[in-house]
Write a new protein. Structure first.
Length: 119
């Protein structure tokens, strides 16, 4: 996509240069204001394509992996909703900036998970 846009911009600049050269008088041809305007439009279009390419944000996909190193054996515990006691799975848990949040698929309630102290 980016290479195609640069190619289009180069084509606009090249055609604009040809129209600019052809707009000046040579031999029996008089000065052509129409070709000069077309050259200016092509130059501006080529410039806008380049500006558009450089103004687009660069989107990078970042994959974050979390690992847990526990000192003892871990047991899987069944989780239930605080409101309706529906069974919750790993698809209902999201990790965000504010912490771990849970959304119940049955009643729609959303709350933050809190870890009880270990002492």
């Amino acid at each position: 996509m980016k290479a195609l846009a640069y190619l289009a911009s180069a084509a606009c600049f090249g055609l604009g240069l040809l129209f600019l050269i052809d707009s000046f008088p040579s031999g029996p041809h008089p000065f052509s204001l129409g070709r000069l305007i077309v050259a200016a439009v092509l130059f501006v279009l080529g410039w806008f394509i380049i500006r558009w390419l450089h103004s687009r944000p660069i989107i990078q996909q970042v994959e974050i992996k979390h690992t847990l190193d526990a000192p003892g054996e871990l047991k899987l515990q069944e989780m239930r909703c605080r409101q309706c006691a529906g069974t919750l799975g790993k698809d209902n848990i999201t990790v965000g900036e504010g912490g771990i949040s849970v959304k119940c698929p049955y009643c729609g309630s959303t709350y933050q998970m809190e870890e009880a102290p270990k002492w």
